[in-house]
Structure formats: C-alpha cells, structure tokens
Ligand binder design. Structure first.
Ligand SMILES: Nc1ncnc2c1ncn2[C@@H]1O[C@H](COP(=O)(O)OP(=O)(O)O)[C@@H](O)[C@H]1O
Ligand SMILES: [Mg+2]
Length: 275
C-alpha cells in the first residue's frame, strides 16, 4: 500500500479499484465561466476504500464541500465520473439519483436535521419507511445493534428536544447507519459540538466503521476530528494533494501546513492571525 498518492494524475488512471466504496475519475467542477470561472475541483482521481473512516481536509475554499456534493450525487460535476459501489452515478437522472442516494448512501450533517415531533426511534427508522422498506425482524435486529453500539438504547423514546447535542448527533448517525449504506457522508459532524462531545461522537463514528463494517467519509477542518479517522485526504485548490493511509498526527499536520502555508487549514490563527 502506498503511503501517499500523488496529486498529479500522471498516467491516465485505470478503472476504479474493485474494493473502492467510491471512486472519482477526472472529477472537475467549475463554477461560472470565462475569466471569472472558479475551478472548485480540478481533475480529481480518488479511491475511497471500503471499511475505512476517511477524513477530507483542507483550508476553506479548497473544494471539500464540492467534492463531497459531487461524490454524493448532490451536485453534477462539470467533467469526470463518480462510481459508488460499482454504479457510475454521473449522468443518472434526478429520479434515479434520488433513489440511489436513498438506497445506498447515509448522511450526517453539522445541524443534526432530526424531526422534532418524532422520537429518536422514529427518526432513525424514517428513511427506511420513506423508502417503503418493511420494518421486519431483520431491520429491528440491525436497529438494536446500531443503537447498542451508539449507546442510545435508553434514549429511543425521547424526542430531539429532550436530548443533548451529542445525543442528537448519535441519533443522526444511527439513522445514517441503520440501512447499512454503501457509504456514509459526514459533513463537519462535530461543528456544533463542544470538544468533549465531539470526541465522543467521532469515537462512535469510528465504531460504526470498525464494529459495523461501514464506510465513512467525513469532511472536517478540525485536526482533532481527523485524528479519529483511518485515512486523510488533503485537498488544496481543488486537487488531491495527499491521500494518507493511517497517518500519524505529525504527518497530517505537515500535509496541512504544506497545503496552506498560512495555517488556516488547521483552524488556528498563525502569527498575527491576519487572513
Ligand atoms: N455555488 C458556487 N458558486 C461559485 N463559486 C463557488 C460555489 N460554491 C463554491 N464555490 C467556490 O469553489 C471553491 C471551493 O468551495 P468549497 O467546495 O465550498 O470549499 P470548502 O468546502 O473546502 O471550503 C471556493 O473557491 C468557493 O468560493
Ligand atoms: Mg465547505
């Protein structure tokens, strides 16, 4: 296994690795046109392996959100392809894409996005019910397992308003995991949580990967968040600058410093703090 993969797609890359949960090939996303065009993603090649917890990092404006939206079929790239669990989703029509997301992907957002009038259990099961899935014994067994791993057993009958922020995010994670999606996307999942609760939530996301066999891709600008991940993808100016496999904290820090010499990717002010 390579420790790093180069940002430059020197020889045209081969087809996606068979074990990849998600693969991007020549993925570009340009906003606007002409001299004012912004190349938010520039010919990105990326394989996200199954069964890993990958953090996508980079300074503000490096293309993290754009990458996630393109990978998740929430945005159409200007060029290139995205393949998830063997299905090339680029070019699917809106209805097919919506169905694909529902059946194959899970999402965890910064704002927990729970429905306030439903209990935790109802929130967790809602996507399955909307998808027309019967809540049979198999689903209940999966639910039991997920809520046990996420330590939510005695919170299932509470409504979101009766839960702490960390508990609400755990409910959102359970909702994303209960359908056993091919890939879970987490967008700044700890952005609304204090550091202690963040660590707890990240540890539980990690358990989702290592104990439930899920694949999680998390966008974050927090170094502490990335420390819970297995692998780290560092973006800079819409390109993959590094794809680090099981890096130590020092390696991640160096990669981020290299990608943003003013240190803004670290979320800490550097020097005079002027940006
Ligand atoms: N809807 C948009 N219209 C124009 N430019 C955009 C739009 N969305 C993002 N961008 C630009 O694309 C680049 C990447 O943005 P984004 O993916 O949001 O980065 P990040 O999530 O890493 O902060 C930035 O330069 C941003 O200003
Ligand atoms: Mg963003």
């Amino acid at each position: 296994m390579n420790q790093t993969t180069s940002a430059r797609p020197s020889p045209p890359s081969p087809s996606p690795a068979p074990e990849a949960a998600a693969a991007a090939r020549g993925l570009s996303r340009t906003y606007g046109s002409g001299p004012t065009a912004v190349h938010a993603l520039h010919e990105v090649d990326l394989d996200l392996p199954r069964g890993r917890f990958t953090a996508v990092m980079g300074r503000s404006g490096s293309g993290k959100s754009t990458l996630m939206h393109c990978l998740a079929g929430l945005d159409q790239p200007s060029a290139g392809t995205v393949t998830i669990a063997g299905t090339t989703i680029t070019g699917l029509g809106d209805d097919d894409l919506t169905r694909f997301r529902r059946d194959h992907l899970g999402f965890v957002f910064q704002a927990f996005n729970l429905l306030p009038m439903l209990t935790a259990r109802q929130n967790v099961l809602l996507p399955l019910e909307l998808g027309g899935r019967r809540i049979d014994r198999e689903v209940r067994a999966r639910l039991d397992h997920v809520v046990e791993v996420l330590d939510l057993v005695d919170r299932l009958d509470h409504r979101p308003g009766e839960l702490s922020g960390g508990q609400q995010q755990r409910v959102a994670i359970a909702r994303a995991l209960v359908s056993e999606p091919d890939l879970v996307f987490a967008d700044e999942p700890t952005g609304n949580l204090d550091s202690e609760t963040s660590a707890e939530v990240l540890g539980l996301l990690r358990r989702g990967v290592h104990e439930l066999g899920q694949t999680v891709v998390m966008v974050t600008h927090e170094l502490e968040a990335a420390a819970h991940a297995d692998d780290v993808v560092v973006l800079a100016d819409g390109r993959v600058r590094e794809h680090l496999t099981s890096p130590d904290a020092e390696t991640v820090t160096q990669a981020l410093l290299g990608s943003a010499l003013d240190g803004s990717a670290l979320g800490v002010p550097v020097g005079g703090g002027t940006r």
